[in-house]
Design a protein around this ligand. Structure first.
Ligand code: PGA
Ligand code: ZN
Length: 436
């Protein structure tokens, strides 16, 4: 038997950063290689995402994942037993076939992803190389431009404001560590400004960002600009702003976008795009995520025509799904894709989406979830897959810093030999000359 055949899989129920159960899994190989992983979980999940399996009984208010863990160590373990962990694609195909449903809802996308990631880590361990190297398939690693959460609203902060995320993008930083310094300073600067205005800043939102109750969504943009200035940095030149509108979250059944924080202001798609155009005219916004609802294809095409000179990022819109991304490329909706491995269920499927995007001039941002764990495999994937950008929340809370720290470690260990994507990750062939 080869040294890298999958022999033993254990799986258990652990906790994520919101105190909700999540699946942990360890994969062992014939030659002794091992890998273990926890999977993350979202709060503002898209309708088209792969489906987690939750127990639905009295434990953890129905959120338990004991059955998912059982599925990982029985049916899924059997499906991949004896397969070569170095061949991740075959392992992932076997996992998908064992479930047999398009959304992996039978055995649970949480069970499937846990095995997929743990097998990839075991493969790296068996080769005695870090995960980023084993997933890179010979390509040079690329340190990503970070997108860092400063102010949260929506589902991550008790809906204090409608828009879900206001983030700092350190476009002027020359290295990854400088980028993290810039954004940590903006996080502190924004907290200082808010505290002086009388806002409570001790409690943080789900991703470690601030969750102030503000009179309008625009006020959050003012606060981030003030925070950048307080940090001694220049808005737009040193640090740009990214916004995750997460518009599906405030789309009502009559097709109107309802801004509850602004006295239930009701907008149609065009009105919401007008609002975003205004924001872009007044603030240094470099990226807009989920500008419109997850199924508002017409609105997305319109938004791309009007706002496509900056990054327009599909999260709930593309849900890390190659078919949806392919349709977006065809109709020119958005120009970037947010990639969350647990939206699709396996690492191979996430990688396929990244490659499809890159081949068509769409930018790629690898992303954590609002419910995370202490694992740092996401950082290695960003580096090895050369996604160019990464989004994992704030510069505080350990489930967030685990990812930043992993990238800081690699930058330090590889010294000047590793390339840093920087602001060039935001430039895009579809808008910078070469048509898709
Ligand atoms: P989620 O949020 O993990 O709660 O879905 C993250 C995002 O929308 O980017
Ligand atoms: Zn999002």
């Amino acid at each position: 038997m080869i040294d890298t055949a999958i022999t033993t899989i254990t799986a258990w129920e652990g906790l994520d950063s919101r105190g909700k159960p999540t699946v942990g899994c360890e994969v062992q190989l014939s030659g002794g290689g091992r890998g273990h992983a926890y999977v993350p979980s979202g709060a503002s999940t898209g309708r088209h995402e792969a489906r987690e399996l939750r127990d639905g009984d009295s434990r953890y208010d129905g959120q338990g994942v004991q059955q998912a863990a059982i599925n990982a160590r029985t049916v899924l373990a059997e499906a991949v037993h004896g397969l070569d962990a170095l061949d991740g694609k075959t392992v992932d195909e076997a996992l998908r076939a064992a479930d047999g449903t398009p959304d992996l809802g039978r055995l649970g996308a949480n069970a499937v992803l846990a095995v997929s990631v743990a097998a990839a880590l075991a493969a790296a361990d068996a080769q005695r190389v870090p995960l980023y190297q084993s997933v890179a398939a010979g390509a040079d690693p690329l340190l990503p431009l970070p997108m860092v959460n400063i102010i949260s609203g929506g589902a991550h902060a008790g809906r204090s404001i409608d828009v879900q995320d206001f983030l700092a993008v350190p476009v002027g930083a020359g290295t990854f560590s400088e980028a993290i310094d810039y954004t940590a300073r903006v996080r502190r600067g924004t907290a200082e400004v808010l505290r002086e205005m009388g806002h409570a800043i001790a409690l943080v939102a789900d991703e470690g960002g601030l969750g102030p109750v503000l009179p309008t969504n625009r006020a959050a943009l003012d606060m981030v600009v003030a925070g950048i200035e307080r940090a001694g940095l220049r808005p737009g030149t040193d640090v740009g702003i990214a916004v995750d509108v997460a518009a599906t979250q405030f789309l009502s059944s009559d097709g109107r976008y309802v801004l509850a924080a602004e006295g239930d202001r009701r907008l149609n798609a065009e009105g919401l795009i007008d609002e975003l155009v205004q924001w872009c005219a007044h603030y240094p916004i470099v990226s807009i995520e989920d500008a419109l609802g997850e199924d508002d294809w017409e609105g997305w095409v319109e938004a791309t025509a009007r706002l496509g000179d900056r990054q327009l990022l599909g999260d709930d819109f593309f849900v890390t799904d190659a078919e949806r991304l392919g349709r977006g490329i065809k109709v020119r909706a958005a120009n970037a894709v947010l990639v969350k491995p647990n939206q699709t269920g396996t690492l191979s499927d996430a990688l396929a989406v990244i490659r499809l995007a890159q081949e068509n001039g769409y930018r790629t941002v690898l992303s954590a979830r609002s419910g995370e764990t202490e694992d740092s495999w996401l950082a290695d994937l960003a580096l090895g897959w050369r996604t160019g950008q990464i989004k994992v929340g704030s510069t505080m809370r350990s489930e967030r810093t685990a990812k930043w720290n992993r990238l800081l470690q690699i930058e330090s260990q590889l010294g000047g030999t590793v390339e840093y994507a920087g602001a060039s990750a935001l430039s895009c062939p579809t808008i910078d000359g070469v048509p898709a």
